[in-house]
Write a protein that binds this ligand. Structure first.
Ligand SMILES: [Zn+2]
Length: 223
């Protein structure tokens, strides 16, 4: 989108002005230097794309910009927003920090260890928690609230969760509801556009049934 929007943005990790890269699966914009560290984490941790030199599916770029504009970075820095964290010496990187070790250690802690993410209360059984998160994801994709879905996915919600009572996956729900940005986010997290629901239909079937721009562009690129 516009230069005007980006010029107000700062790097999600070190606050350097005018970030030129995006981490697609984290919903953040980052500077050249932090991007080089993201690349070193591998695609599982961060999928980076240049904002202007990469070719983007328009709705995927919109998904990332919406996430960042709505404060998705606070998902990854939740505990740093607490004033008591500065007293403990925890802080985010700043543009003057050295790449090694300062920025690298911060970025690894932030995205690989999820050191600053708000955790759910501990449960005895992790599989129960994952199921709860997936059920929450299943209902949240119906809405436009991308940050909630990103938070649920980051905590262990499953993009391909087959809801036993509803008989479908989150991507079926997003497709039926015409939530194209939610569909893009789910696709980044590996949702299968060819999964069958209990009626034998796929998310692609529902998207094309809508016979709208949404149906035409949704899943144009796959994951
Ligand atoms: Zn940076």
């Amino acid at each position: 989108m516009s230069k005007r929007v980006r010029s107000r943005e700062v790097c999600a990790d070190c606050s350097a002005p005018e970030p030129r890269w995006a981490s697609v699966n984290r919903g953040v914009l980052i500077c050249d230097e932090c991007c080089s560290i993201h690349r070193g984490l591998g695609r599982h941790s961060s999928q980076v794309r240049h904002l202007t030199h990469s070719s983007w599916p328009p709705s995927q770029l919109q998904m990332v910009q919406t996430l960042y504009g709505n404060g998705a970075n606070s998902i990854w820095e939740h505990s740093l927003l607490d004033p008591s964290s500065s007293a403990s010496g925890k802080r985010k990187a700043n543009p003057q920090d050295r790449v090694h070790p300062n920025k690298t250690e911060f970025i690894k802690a932030k995205y690989q260890m999820l050191a600053y993410v708000h955790r759910m209360p501990c449960r005895d059984d992790d599989s129960v928690t994952a199921k709860d998160l997936s059920k929450q994801l299943h209902s949240s994709v119906r809405t436009g609230n991308l940050e909630t879905c990103l938070r649920l996915l980051s905590l262990g919600g499953q993009a391909n969760f087959f809801h036993p009572e509803k008989g479908n996956t989150p991507l079926h729900i997003a497709a039926k509801a015409g939530q194209i940005l939610q569909a893009e986010l789910l696709a980044v997290y590996g949702a299968d556009p060819g999964a069958l629901d209990s009626s034998g239909k796929t998310p692609i079937d529902y998207a094309s049934e809508r016979k709208t721009a949404v149906g035409k562009t949704m899943f144009a690129t796959g994951a």
